[in-house]
Design a protein around this ligand. Structure first.
Ligand code: MN3
Length: 247
């Protein structure tokens, strides 16, 4: 099956589950491309996708040590946490008893960890060595950015400010909102709070300290500025094309 057909097939399957399924499918596709087996997560539906480049490839903007820790440890923990929460819920359903009282706490863990997995899988996919610049003006992404934000510059300033101004840990996100059929910028706290139902995240700037503190320390704005140099616009355009098929 060609990569285009596989992506279309996976995109069709994703209609059922919205953006969680979209990202899981894209992660699955990445694993299938390399033939790799899951390296984290144990038993469960979620698997850590391999980085599509080397740890040092995004230097000097994103340093190799941060990339290794971020992918191998932090993202892996979200995968493991999501699978563990699903397994725990299954156990509670099966055994009942006092465990039922834990559904709130375990569901909270499921939400946090699954959202973390979704966003990090998207993050690795939407970065590349020697990225940056602007989206192609004649591509769908470039057209919608200009229509909905005024210009690529205005969009980048908006998303940068959203990311820099996150209180504590979170993300600045570019999302496609299918009801209005528009792009929107969100400012998500942790991995999941302050989101909107039904949106498809297209790209995000992770402003958890684990994403930048080794190199940038307290200078989050410098990290956000450097982040734009490794953005993979073609990958984001591809995510938008998938989102438009779902809508
Ligand atoms: Mn992170």
């Amino acid at each position: 099956m060609s990569e285009v057909n596989r992506r279309e097939l996976l995109g069709t399957a994703a209609v059922v589950g919205g953006w969680f399924a979209l990202n899981q499918d894209l992660s699955l596709a990445a694993a299938q491309q390399t033939g790799s087996t899951p390296t984290a997560g144990g038993e469960g539906p979620y698997a850590l996708p391999p980085l599509p480049y080397d740890y040092a490839d995004l230097e000097p903007h994103l340093d190799a040590q941060t990339m290794k820790l971020h992918h191998d440890m932090h993202h892996a923990a979200y995968v493991k946490g999501a699978n563990a929460a699903l397994a725990e819920l299954e156990k509670i359903r099966r055994e009942g008893g006092d465990g039922v009282q834990r559904i709130r706490a375990v569901t909270d863990a499921l939400t946090f960890n699954t959202a973390g997995h979704v966003l990090h899988a998207m993050l690795w996919e939407t970065l590349k060595k020697d990225g940056g610049g602007d989206p192609r003006a004649d591509g769908e992404l470039g057209k919608l950015i200009t229509r909905d934000f005024g210009s690529p510059e205005a969009f980048k300033a908006h998303l940068s400010a959203a990311a820099v101004q996150v209180q504590g840990s979170g993300w600045g996100l570019l999302c496609y909102e299918p009801l209005a059929k528009r792009l929107i910028v969100l400012q998500v706290e942790k991995q999941q709070n302050l989101s909107v139902w039904g949106v498809v995240p297209l790209m995000g700037i992770d402003v958890w300290e684990h994403a930048y503190y080794l190199k940038y320390q307290n200078k989050r704005a410098d990290y956000v500025k450097a982040f734009w140099n490794v953005v993979n616009w073609d990958a984001i355009d591809h995510r938008l094309a998938t989102a438009l098929k779902l809508a």
